[in-house]
Design a protein around this ligand. Structure first.
Ligand SMILES: NC(=O)c1ccc[n+]([C@@H]2O[C@H](COP(=O)([O-])OP(=O)(O)OC[C@H]3O[C@@H](n4cnc5c(N)ncnc54)[C@H](OP(=O)(O)O)[C@@H]3O)[C@@H](O)[C@H]2O)c1
Length: 293
């Protein structure tokens, strides 16, 4: 019998919704001993046949391991699930989506109960959890010590990216990235609306749109450099004056295609305001300052 097998970290997972179940399967597949608890116990029984230990209560699940991972609906469900549990000496990793203030308050709450705390924001859907190379990852913030100690188990279901010791940062990065996604969806919705009534196959347009978005996306690095240096003219090729001059083309085309400009107009309005402040030789980074109140 070989004795050189590396002991895998054991953990407790509270919450077996669609995301929690995917996480549980990934940890079991990676060989981590797992204790699970779910408010509705029926959802946990399938996992027992796959090797998980079932706990009858959250308190029992918390007693079973030092590392406690939560993947519940929202912060209120974390409060409810952990009420009456003894968290002394426990390491909490909370993958429940929350807002930054909730994550910071939850970190303080955990400290007051003698637990270390790491917050997480999942940038993935359940179907890519445990699929190597699928691109999903989890943002982590809070105790660096805790992240380093458990990095191997945390990285088993998806990539693990630490973004700072402020417990609220994972939630903030999560919302910032998803906000950019919605901006992209808004632009794509307008683009599809423009071709909607024409004899154009959306399926033939889609690859052009996807390629264009991918080609433009790296420009955010230049925006970051401009924000960092405070010089919003750095490396600008298409300046604000030129871009504002082009906006009537977009609005007239939308009108002629019978498409509402309601998704584009607010952004164009910010570009015009920045130009009116005398920033015609900048790129678009100045719009960011107009948004910060
Ligand atoms: N699914 C995704 O694509 C995705 C992607 C990124 C992040 N997330 C985040 O991952 C977390 C879980 O998502 P999910 O998709 O697994 O959601 P879900 O399928 O709706 O499951 C919600 C889980 O929370 C539990 N729960 C709800 N209220 C509770 C309470 N008061 N006390 C104890 N347990 C409670 C549910 O238990 P019952 O079974 O008893 O109802 C269930 O285990 C959420 O914060 C979500 O934002 C999800």
């Amino acid at each position: 019998m070989t004795r050189n097998r590396v002991e895998k970290t054991s953990c407790t997972l509270l919450g077996l919704g669609s995301m929690g179940t995917a996480l549980a399967r990934a940890w079991l597949a990676a060989g981590h001993p797992l204790t699970v608890w779910n408010r509705t116990q029926a959802r946990a029984t399938a996992l027992a046949t796959e090797g998980a230990q079932l706990a009858d209560s959250a308190a029992e699940a918390v007693r079973a391991n030092t590392l406690i991972i939560l993947c519940l609906l929202d912060d209120a469900s974390v409060e409810e699930a952990l009420a009456g549990t003894d968290l002394t000496g426990r390491d909490l990793v909370n993958l429940t989506t929350s807002i930054p203030a909730q994550a910071r308050a939850r970190a303080q709450w955990a400290r007051e109960r003698g637990a270390r705390y790491l917050d997480g924001g999942i940038m993935a859907v359940p179907s890519v959890i445990g699929v190597p190379g699928a691109g999903g990852y989890v943002l982590y913030s809070g105790s660096r010590e805790l992240f380093d100690q458990y990095e191997e188990i945390l990285a088993a279901p998806a990539g693990a990216t630490y973004v700072g010791d402020d417990a609220g940062f994972a939630a903030l990065y999560d919302v910032a990235l998803l906000s950019a996604m919605y901006g992209m969806f808004a632009g794509a919705a307008h683009a599809f609306a423009l071709i909607r009534e024409e004899d154009i196959d959306p399926a033939s347009f889609a690859p052009l749109l996807a390629g264009w978005l991918a080609a433009i996306a790296p420009s955010v690095r230049q925006t970051a450099e401009q924000l960092r240096s405070g010089d919003y003219t750095r490396g600008v090729v298409s300046d604000l004056a030129m871009q504002v001059a082009g906006t009537p083309t977009f609005l007239s085309t939308a009108e002629q295609q019978g498409v509402s400009p309601e998704l584009l107009s607010p952004y164009f309005e910010l570009m015009r305001r920045r130009l009116a402040e005398g920033s015609g030789d900048e790129g678009l980074a100045g719009v960011i300052d107009l948004l910060v109140r």
